[in-house]
Design a protein around this ligand. Structure first.
Ligand code: AHG
Ligand code: MN
Ligand code: MN
Length: 336
């Protein structure tokens, strides 16, 4: 690949468009970039090195932790604590939020929330996984300890969000509120290169992504929408194509590029949905909206406007091409 622009160059160029920028956000990206390279390296050795399988413990949400969950969590935590700009982190793999309250980070203005490995059940079978991150300005006074309310902010307060997808190639996709940009990792050079500037969600699509094994447990609105996706109709290009990887990052990334909708509804199996508001839904909703897509948790319920009440809170999640999400919303309104 011919190098157009590296991630580092791109960030510095963008920063110069903001006269008040201090470089702190760039510093956070440098940490994320470094940790994701380490995770990339580890994932590419899965099967050879001893990093597949579980560690035999559960995280606070009762899920089996994979070795890579623990490895990635440590790498991101260490990288983010090393630069003095982040005062704390909340992670899917931590019971509570982590203070970075040494001398270096006490004056940090930002907190980071992270799903270190998304789709971790796919690691052992060589299927794409990801990392999801989200950055907020702290609310507590600078110089004091980080508090829970620093993390319980609505998604519309995000300063930046993004994901890394460890797929057929590794990519970093992010937004700071001015569009969505994608960078592909060149492992021979060890750099991320701008490959997908200004990513936009197609307004329509023909892909629907949902764990249909849970069908009988869904509410009527979701069931009826899935039936609608399956109906034969040449005018609207149906039946749609069903694609479900089981890694949110990978399903989202495909739908962002091709046009589609992702659904993780609440059901009798998952009364509040399964995906986590702070580590998964908010960052993806931020990216979706920045790319011209839409993300809701229910009828007229914009994900980014939800006021979180707890760190590991789960919500129903519907995200994708705007016309498809609007259509789904009509079904939810009519049938649920
Ligand atoms: P994680 O590996 O971080 O726990 O996330 C798994 C999530 C998400 O990536 C995916 O969309 C969903 O769980 C899949 O759930 P099902 O297996 O219930 O379909
Ligand atoms: Mn996840
Ligand atoms: Mn995870």
């Amino acid at each position: 690949m011919e190098i157009t622009k590296t991630l580092g160059e791109f960030i510095i160029e963008k920063q110069s468009e903001y006269p008040d920028a201090t470089g702190e956000l760039s510093s956070i990206f440098a940490s994320i970039r470094l940790a994701s390279k380490l995770v990339h390296r580890e994932i590419n050795k899965a099967g050879l090195a001893d990093i597949t399988g579980g560690v035999g413990s559960e995280n606070i949400q009762g899920e089996q932790q994979q070795k890579l969950d623990v490895y990635a969590n440590e790498r991101f935590k260490t990288a983010l604590a090393a630069r003095g700009v982040v005062c704390g982190l909340a992670s899917e793999e931590e019971d509570s939020y982590v203070h970075f309250d040494d001398g270096l980070n006490l004056n940090g203005k930002y907190v980071v929330l992270i799903d270190p490995v998304d789709g971790s059940s796919n690691i052992d079978v060589n299927v794409s996984v990801g990392t999801i991150f989200s950055v907020y300005r702290r609310l507590s006074p600078i110089g004091g300890p980080v508090t829970e309310e620093d993390f319980l902010q609505p998604g519309n307060a995000q300063v930046a969000a993004g994901y890394v997808i460890y797929g057929s190639s590794t990519m970093l996709v992010y937004s700071t509120g001015n569009g969505v940009h994608g960078f592909t990792y060149d492992p021979s050079l060890g750099i991320f290169c701008l490959s997908h500037p200004d990513m936009t969600y197609p307004e329509d699509g023909v892909i629907y992504s949902v764990n249909e094994g849970n069908y009988v447990h869904f509410h009527d609105g979701v069931k009826q929408y899935i039936k609608y996706c399956q109906v034969e109709d040449q005018r609207t290009n149906r039946p749609y194509t069903s694609r479900y990887i089981g890694s949110l990052v990978s399903d989202f990334h495909r739908n962002l590029i091709k046009g589609g909708i992702f659904l993780y509804p609440s059901s009798s199996l998952h009364p509040s949905g399964k995906l986590r508001l702070l580590y998964e839904c908010n960052p993806m909703a931020f990216l979706a909206e920045q790319a011209g897509g839409k993300a809701i948790a229910g009828v007229s319920e914009r994900v980014l406007d939800i006021n979180p009440t707890e760190l590991h809170q789960r919500v129903p999640f519907f995200v994708g091409s705007v016309n498809m999400v609007n259509k789904l919303e009509r079904f939810l309104r009519e049938f649920s």
